[in-house]
Design a protein around this ligand. Structure first.
Ligand code: BJW
Length: 248
């Protein structure tokens, strides 16, 4: 694949980027790939863990059947994430907060790298791996402040079992998160969709909502996705290389 150059970004997109007041950026696992976070699909190596496909281990049923195994899986992944740093795509998106009147960042990622790069008010559709939630009273706890081994941690407030505060297959998104993202999608002029296979719903409907409401839709991804044909422009390549080019 040829590296994208500044010339590959159309004059139209550069003009829209300069003039937009209201922009929505939606990211998926691919935005963190250059930081070393494995993607779920398209060649990532989190696809299978201890013989279980991630659709099984990261599912609502698994929390009911085997919560200790779920913790083991997420402890392993937090261990991988601990030393990883934001890449130029996360950093550029964080800088954009001061470029636009209204920038909404919606992410499907649970890794917290956007926040580590300095992004604020991130709409996290699928939760955050650094938080736990009580299955009984729903209290949330910061896992950075919690010391525990591979057993299931318990809630400080009620003594109930904690689970990772992430959205697994078959579970509802956090209250209000999708609605807030959809409202911003309806209002944005420019929607950039970065590093997502765009197959998991309802997240994948956010760019569809933006496009239907008249936004200019741009995808950044090295691969074609089901969203590509709906886009006004597709920038084929890696987020860390393409995203910083937009601001120049
Ligand atoms: C790069 C790159 C680089 C690589 N630069 N790019 C409608 C139709 C059919 C099914 C459904 C439907 N609505 C709902 C469903 C069911 C289900 C679903 O969507 N299934 C489909 C897969 C068929 N959805 C749900 O269950 C959701 N809940 C729900 O709908 O609740 C209502 C309900 C309740 C009860 C019953 C029925 C409905 C919840 C979805 C939760 C998703 N959770 C996960 C796991 C989180 C925890 C964990 O980490 O373990 O979230 S799944 C996984 O996929 C993770 C991701 O956030 C999500 C999206 O993946 P993403 O980010 O797109 O990553 P990849 O790996 O797929 O793609 C990476 C991309 O990056 C690729 O395109 C690469 O090319 C690219 N890339 N390097 C730029 N350098």
């Amino acid at each position: 694949m040829q590296a994208i150059s500044r010339q590959s970004i159309s004059e139209e997109l550069r003009r829209r980027f300069r003039q937009a007041n209201n922009i929505l950026v939606m990211t998926g696992a691919g935005v963190s790939a250059e930081s070393g976070v494995p993607t779920f699909r398209g060649g990532g190596n989190t696809g299978v863990w201890k013989g279980l496909p991630f659709e099984i281990i990261s599912s609502a049923g698994m929390v009911e059947r085997d919560l200790p195994a779920v913790w083991e899986w997420f402890n392993y992944r937090r261990g991988l994430l601990e030393s990883l740093k934001p890449n130029p795509a996360h950093e550029a998106i964080a800088r954009w907060q001061t470029l636009f009147g209204d920038l909404t960042l919606v992410t499907q990622n649970i890794d917290g790298l956007h926040q580590k790069a300095g992004s604020r008010n991130v709409i996290e559709l699928h939760g955050n791996i650094w938080r736990a939630r009580c299955v009984d009273c729903a209290a949330r706890h910061d896992l950075r402040e919690l010391k525990f081994d591979n057993s299931v941690p318990v809630c400080f407030d009620c003594g109930g079992s904690l689970r990772p505060d992430v959205v697994l297959f078959g579970e509802m998104l956090p209250a209000g998160a999708f609605e807030a993202a959809a409202m911003k999608a309806e209002a944005c002029e420019l929607c950039l969709v970065v590093g997502t296979s765009a197959v998991v719903y309802p997240a994948a409907s956010i760019p569809e909502i933006a496009r239907a409401a008249g936004a200019y839709l741009v995808e950044v991804n090295p691969e074609v996705t089901p969203l590509s044909e709906l886009c006004d422009e597709v920038l084929t390549g890696k987020a860390g290389e393409i995203i910083p080019l937009l601001e120049r």
